[in-house]
Design a protein around this ligand. Structure first.
Ligand code: GLU
Length: 457
């Protein structure tokens, strides 16, 4: 079987790390098994969908390293939904209902008042053709519900009807169709709802596996019934556990918290965000891989736990910093050039400073120090300034190389009798204006004889 997976966000906000988890789990599945990855915009909710969000999602997905094989939009596919809806109507799967939202709410309250589950009682099925004619003459327009296959001949007596599937993440799952209301698939204004459009697309685009969050488990029971009503075998399903913040709150596109966009702006590394999004709440250690392919190699859907996974934003910051410390020069060359680092010195510069950068952008500060010297001038005591002058006078003549630093420090020790912090701190302060930073040996070579003498106190 050719694997086809899809990530199907609604473009109603910026995607957050929980959405990225879904996107990446699909992408890693495709990397592992081959096949296709579809980015599908579920944009039938025209009131809330916005082009700028769709563009933002495309950018975020690309930043994470995902390259869709196909991009689809539900708003381009309305004729497919209309055609499928006609088929379901003709086969009696869809039936027209005329209740207003207020009437439905009242029915719900009555059922709850009687301590009954608030399930729609299919009253609309009792309407005769005449009733419907009268209602439509009053100006009412129908919405259409899908009649869940949960009863024998009498639709008013639903019976326990279990839908089973072997969830690739959670194992055996069951939904009882008698515990649910017949879902509305077509709104009064003729608009199609996600529950339906998603199935039509998944059939049409030959989706083989639906990998999504655990908040869709009930939908899966309903959608499997819709697949079958449309004459298709349902695909495989996996429902991963959701992410919550440290206080146990779920994430929402509306609040913008932990959005991929904000993490990118804050300078996090995409690989760190990807590893964090995928591995948290699994049995794998949250460690940084060198590539998404490597991440795919040590992640399996069945390693996700069933309960929600709490994340700690501090852990992400640490993971991202760890990734930056190990980034090879080639992977950051463009970004360093963008920060104004001289390409001729950029490779050795990065080698020297990467361990002191939590974000690649932090290199800008180090480049300023290397290229222009510490600003403001380092405050050294008269005694330390004297020591630094003596130390600089011991510098060996050019050319400098590997052994220069060790030889120099030996000479400084002998000449001044200083060692340890009393020796290194004033030197570092004179060179960088800071109390910590890159290895002095690396700095020495980066700055060169001229750069060092320019820092003579
Ligand atoms: N648009 C749906 C969502 O964002 C897609 C769910 C699915 O993957 O089917 O929740």
């Amino acid at each position: 079987m050719t694997v086809t997976v899809r990530f199907a966000p609604s473009p109603t906000g910026h995607i957050h790390i929980g959405n990225a988890r879904t996107a990446l789990m699909n992408w890693l599945f495709k990397l592992k098994h081959g096949g296709r990855f579809i980015l599908r915009y579920d944009d039938t909710d025209t009131a809330r969908s916005r082009e700028e969000y769709a563009e933002g999602i495309a950018r975020d997905v690309a930043w994470l390293g995902i390259v869709p094989d196909l991009v689809a939009r539900q708003s381009d596919r309305l004729d497919k939904y209309a055609e499928a809806a006609e088929r379901l109507k003709a086969a009696g799967w869809l039936y027209p209902c005329y209740e207003t939202a207020e009437e439905l709410e009242l029915k719900r309250k009555i059922l709850l008042g009687r301590r009954l589950p608030p399930i729609y009682g299919r009253e609309a099925l009792r309407l005769s053709a005449k009733d419907r004619f009268r209602l439509e003459a009053e100006g009412r327009k129908p919405h259409w519900r899908f009649r869940l296959p949960n009863s024998g001949d009498d639709p008013f007596k639903p019976e326990r009807t279990e839908i089973h599937w072997n969830d690739l993440a959670r194992g055996k799952e069951t939904v009882d169709l008698a515990s649910l209301s017949d879902p509305v698939l077509i709104r009064e204004d003729g608009g199609f709802l996600y529950t339906f459009t998603s199935v039509v697309d998944d059939i049409d685009l030959a989706v083989s596996h639906i990998i999504r969050g655990g908040d869709h488990i009930t939908n899966t029971g309903v959608q499997m019934a819709i697949f079958r009503a449309l004459g298709a075998e349902p695909p495989g399903f996996a429902h991963h556990n959701l992410l919550t913040d440290a206080s146990g709150e779920g994430l929402s596109k509306r609040t913008g918290a932990m959005s991929i966009h904000s993490l990118r702006e804050a300078g996090y590394e995409p690989l760190a965000v990807a590893a964090f999004a995928v591995l948290i709440g699994t049995s794998e250690n949250v460690a940084a891989p060198n590539s998404l392919a490597e991440l795919a190699g040590h992640f399996d859907l069945d390693e996700t736990s069933r309960s929600a996974a709490k994340f700690d934003a501090g852990d992400l910051a640490r993971l991202s910093a760890h990734v930056v410390h190990g980034l090879a020069y080639e992977t950051v060359a463009d970004r360093l050039a963008g920060l104004g680092v001289d390409p001729a010195r950029a490779a050795s510069f990065w080698q020297a400073v990467r361990g002191n950068c939590d974000h690649v952008a932090d290199a800008a500060q180090w480049w300023r120090i290397v290229a222009m010297g510490p600003e403001p001038r380092p405050g050294l005591s008269a005694e330390d300034a004297d020591f630094v002058r003596t130390a600089f006078a011991q510098l060996p003549p050019a050319p400098w190389g590997e052994g220069t630093y060790a030889a120099w420090i030996e000479k400084v020790k002998t000449a001044t009798g200083r060692k340890g912090k009393a020796l290194f701190l004033p030197l570092r302060t004179a060179l960088t204006g800071l109390a910590s930073g890159p290895e002095l040996a690396d700095l020495l070579l980066l700055l060169g004889p001229e750069g060092i003498q320019a820092r003579r106190p």
